[in-house]
Design a protein around this ligand. Structure first.
Ligand code: HPA
Ligand code: ZN
Length: 338
């Protein structure tokens, strides 16, 4: 089954670029830039990755990002992730980045964007993997700060497909950003939002009704509200679920307790993603392996999850269709062997 999981074509739709910073690269970049990190060694960093909730993770995650200073740093970070993604047969990725984490430290927006964009372009040429960029606003900061960030993004409109909302969820409901998202949509950006990870199902309603999102990031708490499940199913609103992240941040106690299979069985468009793989113990393939083995997913479930990853993407319909056909051809080819 491992070979099947690795080889089936997949897309990843919930991935924070800053969350792909492996400790080895963090230390190499920090040393090059003369930055001191709050960890004594690579081992100490790894040992510090013990989280009790979202905030305890975010504190460490933001500390690690301080290493990143130059366009080259953002290039190397992005390229390293894409190389791993290609090895797991990801064909397409939609990547979140958090510009405020960097601009608030005096790094220019264009330094971040140009480094990332150059790596995405090179990876497309070298490995054939396609990508979209999603700018996330930090929801613990003000709506005014988000609006300033949106204004900076407008000149890069052709390089950013959507805007999203991440960071500390509780106490920062989607409605805080309604005006910013209205403006973003007028400027031609699609919208997504983290909602229903630690926050209540009410935040998912707000993301749908006020921010007009195309997808919900996480959304696992939707099962607490029957009407919401109906709405998500009726409107085919995908959920970008991150199983290993949910365990590390104690949204669920164990993979066995995770509701991914229930979400699928309720007819929701569920996808499997890694969130912050350098911190949560695995990339997309490891997330697939965890849910396949520990939730007893069938091969049909896996095929559905892989198909959903393209259906839920912001790829044009004809390209989505090509990938769906490729998945069918792949499944047929392995069934002949088996
Ligand atoms: N949730 C909210 N904000 C984040 C996350 C997450 O899982 N990862 C990085 N920023
Ligand atoms: Zn996330």
């Amino acid at each position: 089954m491992n070979a099947f999981l690795r080889e089936i074509p997949k897309a990843e739709l919930h991935l924070h670029l800053e969350g792909t910073l492996e400790p080895e690269l963090m230390f190499a970049i920090a040393q090059r830039n003369g930055i001191s990190l709050p960890f004594a060694s690579i081992e100490a960093a790894k040992n510090a990755y013990q989280f009790t909730d979202l905030q305890s993770f975010l504190d460490i995650y933001y500390a690690g990002t301080n290493a990143l200073q130059t366009e080259r740093d953002f290039y190397e970070l992005t390229k390293a992730y894409l190389e791993k993604a290609v090895r797991q047969n990801l064909r397409h990725v939609e990547i979140f980045f958090d510009p405020q984490t960097h601009t608030d430290r005096g790094i220019e927006f264009k330094t971040v964007l140009n480094g990332i964009d150059r790596a995405l372009t090179d990876a497309k040429t070298e490995f054939g993997i396609s990508s979209n960029l999603i700018l996330c606003f930090l929801r613990h900061l003000s709506a005014d700060a988000a609006m300033e960030t949106l204004e900076q993004a407008i000149s890069y409109r052709d390089k950013i497909v959507a805007v999203g909302l991440d960071s500390s969820e509780l106490g920062h409901p989607p409605k805080k950003f309604k005006t910013v998202f209205d403006r973003a949509r007028r400027e031609g950006f699609l919208t997504v939002a983290h909602a229903g990870e630690e926050g209540p199902s009410e935040y998912i309603w707000q993301a749908l009704d006020l921010l007009k999102v195309s997808r919900i990031d996480h959304g696992v708490r939707c099962l607490e509200d029957e009407k919401l499940v109906y709405r998500l199913r009726r409107d085919r609103i995908p959920l970008t679920v991150c199983p290993l992240s949910n365990i590390k941040l104690r949204v669920f106690e164990s993979i066995e307790q995770h509701n991914l299979k229930q979400l699928l069985d309720r007819g929701l468009c569920v996808t499997v993603n890694s969130d912050d793989p350098a911190y949560f113990g695995g990339y997309v393939l490891e997330n697939f392996e965890a849910v396949q083995t520990r939730l007893n997913l069938s091969r049909a479930d896996i095929v559905q999850l892989a198909k959903n990853s393209f259906i839920a993407s912001f790829l044009p319909d004809d390209i989505q269709q090509t990938y769906l056909e490729e998945i069918d051809a792949f499944v047929a080819s392995v069934s002949e062997i088996a």
